[in-house]
Design a protein around this ligand. Structure first.
Ligand code: NI
Length: 193
């Protein structure tokens, strides 16, 4: 098991569409384990394979309130989404930023588990949010694409002292430093998917 290098914006691999996994072999198992290690190291709730430079349809998720081992989903597909809610969100590949996006209240998803067994998942709350966020990654979509107004994206204060490879993004989007309003919050750590 190993911690993999995390790809961050503007790495073009984050904008590519990932391919379906046709055979779940040892390399896929190892990738899943390494992604779990990487997610733990980076303090995220979820991770998609393109974020570690692999264009395959594989995501891992581990919710803070769950004791079980991390969820591994191969070729995940949302088959039904209901409702809408505004949530705070971040992404390990867009470090230092948070935003308010609209996500479904609940989703039904189908996928294969790490052994290739078909699974169906009905999710709401943070799990539904994480599933939508990670499946977006497989299609080259980032949470910043869901930002409707530029004041809905802001930079975290504690990140501002760091060198900023994201300066261009910052300028392009005219990002504010503070959230304009305080709608429903999910935990700050928990929202980094
Ligand atoms: Ni992400």
């Amino acid at each position: 098991m190993a911690v993999l290098k995390l790809r961050v914006v503007p790495d073009p691999i984050l904008r590519a569409r990932a391919k379906k996994i046709s055979r779940i072999d040892a390399s896929v198992q190892r990738l899943a384990d390494d992604m779990i290690d990487t997610m733990h190291q980076e303090g995220g709730v979820g991770l998609a394979a393109p974020q570690v430079g692999v264009l395959l349809r594989l995501i891992v998720i581990e919710l803070p309130e769950e004791d079980e081992e991390a969820r591994v989903y191969i070729n995940p597909e949302v088959v039904e989404a209901q409702g809408e809610r505004r949530v705070e969100e971040g992404c390990l590949s867009v470090p230092g930023y948070r935003g308010y996006v609209l996500r479904s209240e609940s989703v039904r998803m189908k996928a294969l588990d790490r052994h290739g067994k078909p699974v169906k998942v009905k999710a709401d709350g943070l799990l539904a949010q994480a599933l939508e966020h990670e499946i977006d990654h497989l299609n080259g979509i980032l949470f910043i694409d869901h930002i409707k107004a530029h004041e809905d994206l802001w930079k975290l204060d504690q990140e501002e002292k760091e060198p900023t490879p994201y300066e261009r993004l910052h300028q392009t989007l005219h990002i504010h430093n503070q959230p304009p309003t305080q709608p429903q919050q999910v935990g700050t750590e928990a929202s980094v998917v």
